[in-house]
Ligand binder design. Structure first.
Ligand SMILES: Nc1ncnc2c1ncn2[C@@H]1O[C@H](COP(=O)(O)OP(=O)(O)O)[C@@H](O)[C@H]1O
Ligand SMILES: [Mg+2]
Length: 380
């Protein structure tokens, strides 16, 4: 295994933008990175030391990745947790723990797990048939949500059901996965915390951010969240409680609702780096990606220092179906304290995450206005 001779190798299941930014952080810390992704020349594969082309659920390919890695992690929930568990059982460090992945990848199991650990979540129920969905409409009242249990992201597994007439079309839209129902939550804001745990058991969290979604997709992140101290402390406490309940080391993204009554509910957990932490690349002494690499390789997490009072991140979503042609990056960055990240995706698609922009500023509103302006200068 020549590859193992010098630098240690991190194997990442998944080669999207998260894998790409993990690769950048891994290289900075002196590791080699090999990614597994079905798309040749994936965003991470373009800059990694090697890409194995294969599916996240392909047992043989995951075993091949393990055979050339010293540490393993994943950037996508659909990674095959059973194979990762076998690899872990054979003595390889695999983090976050595959058992945690098993629970989280099934959104229904995840909700039940949180409830068992006394972590407040929106009322939810299993739905096996349209009859069940009808009953649930009576219990939750309309609108409520039907959600895919598996492989959901960027709102693609969710459907708001406004009346019983919409149940059938919701079932059609979400036919790829078993479903569960969730009460519609009236929230004041959505919040998120990115927390990391290292092998020494220490937890280090980034400040609570506000996330603003458009069409169920993360659009803007404001750091720190413009909320009162009491709310902030509640959200931080909730993140710690979630980490106490979960096994394994690495970074976790914890999405929350701040309800109109001032309560905090956990919406969902990502057992990986998260879109609400992309600003940390520029806004902190260590990014979420660096903290993750540190944690999974047995290094100590760094104490965090903000490098700017405020940061705003805006996603660059595709607006057409075509070959990607990024333009206007320099113009956007010339606004100052503005950094654009383009993920290298070959094809642009409507609402596909193609990149993001981070703006640092002493003033939150100014940062947001500049982020919006910078976004307008970029086409992709
Ligand atoms: N129970 C709910 N009530 C109101 N809005 C919701 C609810 N669940 C999800 N949403 C909205 O949809 C977005 C995406 O839902 P989420 O379950 O987090 O799925 P995804 O895995 O696609 O991120 C959330 O960020 C939120 O804006
Ligand atoms: Mg979400």
């Amino acid at each position: 295994m020549d590859q193992k001779k010098n630098k240690k190798i991190i194997g990442i299941v998944g080669g999207g933008q998260l894998g790409r930014m993990l690769t950048q952080a891994g290289h900075k810390l002196g590791f080699k990175i090999i990614v597994l992704d079905p798309t040749p020349n994936s965003p991470a594969g373009q800059i990694a030391d090697r890409q194995i082309v294969g599916d996240f659920k392909d047992r043989e390919k995951i075993l091949e990745l393990a055979s050339v890695s010293d540490f393993m992690t994943f950037e996508i929930e659909s990674a095959d947790n059973e194979t990762l568990q076998k690899i872990k059982d054979s003595g390889m460090p695999v983090n976050p723990n595959p058992e945690t992945l098993r629970i989280i990848k099934d959104k229904f199991k995840q909700k039940a797990f949180l409830q068992e650990h006394n972590i407040p979540v929106a009322p939810f129920a299993l739905v096996g048939s349209m009859d069940d969905a009808l009953k649930q409409g009576e219990i939750f009242s309309y609108p409520y949500l039907l959600k895919a249990r598996f492989d959901a992201y960027d709102g693609r597994g969710n459907c708001v059901v406004n009346s019983k007439k919409e149940i059938e079309s919701a079932f059609q839209k979400l036919s790829q996965s078993p479903l569960y129902a969730e009460k519609f939550i009236k929230f004041k804001k959505e919040l998120a915390v990115v927390s990391a745990r290292d092998v020494y058991g220490r937890i280090v969290s980034f400040p609570v951010v506000e996330t603003i979604h458009k069409n169920n997709i993360c659009h803007i992140v404001k750091s720190p969240a413009p909320i009162e101290k009491e709310t902030r402390e509640k959200a931080e406490g909730m993140a710690n409680k979630v980490l106490d309940a979960l096994r394994g080391v690495g970074v976790f993204g914890i999405e929350m609702f701040l309800t109109t009554d001032g309560e905090i509910l956990v919406n969902e957990i990502a057992p990986r780096v998260h879109n609400s932490g992309h600003h940390t690349i520029e806004a902190f002494n260590a990014s979420q990606f660096e903290q993750h690499i540190r944690a999974i390789t047995g290094m100590h997490l760094l104490d965090l220092e903000p490098l700017s009072k405020h940061a705003v991140m805006i996603n660059i979503l595709g607006e057409r179906e075509s070959e990607a042609e990024p333009k206007g990056i320099e113009e956007a960055e010339s606004l100052g304290y503005t950094k654009a990240h383009i993920y290298g995706k070959v094809k642009t698609k409507v609402e596909r995450k193609m990149g993001h922009i981070t703006v640092l500023s002493d003033n939150l509103d100014e940062a947001e206005a500049k982020a919006v302006e910078a976004r307008k200068k970029i086409s992709i």
